[in-house]
Ligand binder design. Structure first.
Ligand SMILES: NC(=[NH2+])NCCC[C@H](N)C(=O)O
Ligand SMILES: [Mn+2]
Ligand SMILES: [Mn+2]
Length: 306
């Protein structure tokens, strides 16, 4: 695809779980050379710096960690997502996965405004489909898909007036799903692809099926890439490692196919915890994956029509 305006939006959200460190993510991506990698592909790159939440008053909760802070981030990031989507292809530099409560909400508002359906591709070991009531951990990074699909009990968060249809979501890479999430997911019409299915059929098959649905609906496509989608052997800098994840090549194949499809309209890079990294190697892997999603390739291939 042709040259795009890539807008880097720092989202140093660290409130979605108890282990600190994701707030350093945006600067780790900058240090690992994300802007140059995209610029080298011929794109215009605009770094808008980091979003900041409006002031909030923390309250004590028996169960939910940092609820008010996460609400403030959700509002700020929804606004940033809506604005940046008007100007180009935003890449949100996380930050933990609770940032996607905001980025997906903003993408939903933008899609509504231009009257196109929004689709979401969730690349993750986890389904992040909890609500503040079903969560065992109290960590809101496990809830963004619950929130945007309109599940109940997100009191105090911006209202989700037109929920994202479950049919418009695919989760690929699953290998850690809590009991309450599993029940809800199996009752839902979310396309959910676990590691076994990837092992048996290859990752391209379920991804192709999803991209065909996006293309047929002339959809916008928000991609949310959690570091723990990858195997911890190749991407150790994440607080919620689960063995048996995607290989580097599976990660690149997904990104290359996304680029070939021409469908991706926004991207989250989430859960990088530079405090847990080994000399920046996970940050560099994530930058390389983003570059593949924006057109870096070994050889040109005939484009596949979806
Ligand atoms: N974005 C993530 N890394 N989510 C992990 C969630 C893990 C677990 N399901 C929980 O709710 O606590
Ligand atoms: Mn996640
Ligand atoms: Mn995860």
């Amino acid at each position: 695809m042709t040259h795009q305006t890539c807008i880097l939006v720092g989202a140093p959200v660290d409130s979605g779980k108890r282990r600190r460190g994701c707030l350093m993510g945006p600067d780790a991506y900058r240090t690992a050379g994300l802007a140059d990698a995209l610029g080298d592909l011929g794109h215009t790159v605009e770094d808008r710096g980091n979003v900041r939440p409006a002031p909030f008053t923390p309250q004590a909760h028996a169960k939910i960690h940092a609820r008010e802070e996460t609400i403030a981030w959700t509002e700020a990031l929804a606004a940033a997502a809506e604005t940046s989507l008007r100007d180009g292809l935003p890449i949100f530099l996380g930050g933990d996965h609770s940032l996607s409560l905001g980025t997906v909400l903003g993408a939903m508002r933008h899609a509504d405004a231009i009257n196109r359906p929004l689709f979401v591709l969730w690349l993750d070991a986890h389904s992040d489909f909890h609500t503040p009531v079903t969560t065992d951990s109290g960590n809101l990074h496990g809830t963004p898909l619950g929130y945007v699909t309109g599940r109940s009990d997100f009191d105090g968060f911006p209202a989700v007036t037109r929920p994202l249809p479950q049919d418009n979501i695919a989760i690929i890479g699953l290998r850690s799903v809590d009991t309450a999430e599993r029940a809800a997911l199996q009752e839902s019409s979310i396309q959910h692809v676990d590691m076994r299915e990837i092992d048996e059929s290859g990752i391209a098959k379920p991804l192709t099926a999803f991209l065909e649905r996006v293309a047929a609906a002339n959809g916008m496509l928000h991609v949310s890439l959690d570091v723990d989608f990858l195997d911890p052997a190749v991407a150790p800098a994440v607080g919620t490692t689960v063995p048996g994840g995607a290989t580097i090549r599976e990660g690149h194949l997904v990104m290359e196919m996304l680029h070939d499809s021409g469908l991706m309209t926004s991207l989250d890079l989430v859960e990088l915890n530079p405090f847990l990294d080994e000399r920046g190697r996970t940050a560099r892997v994530m930058v390389d994956l983003a570059a593949s999603a924006l057109g870096r390739r070994v050889f040109d291939r005939p484009t596949r029509a979806y």
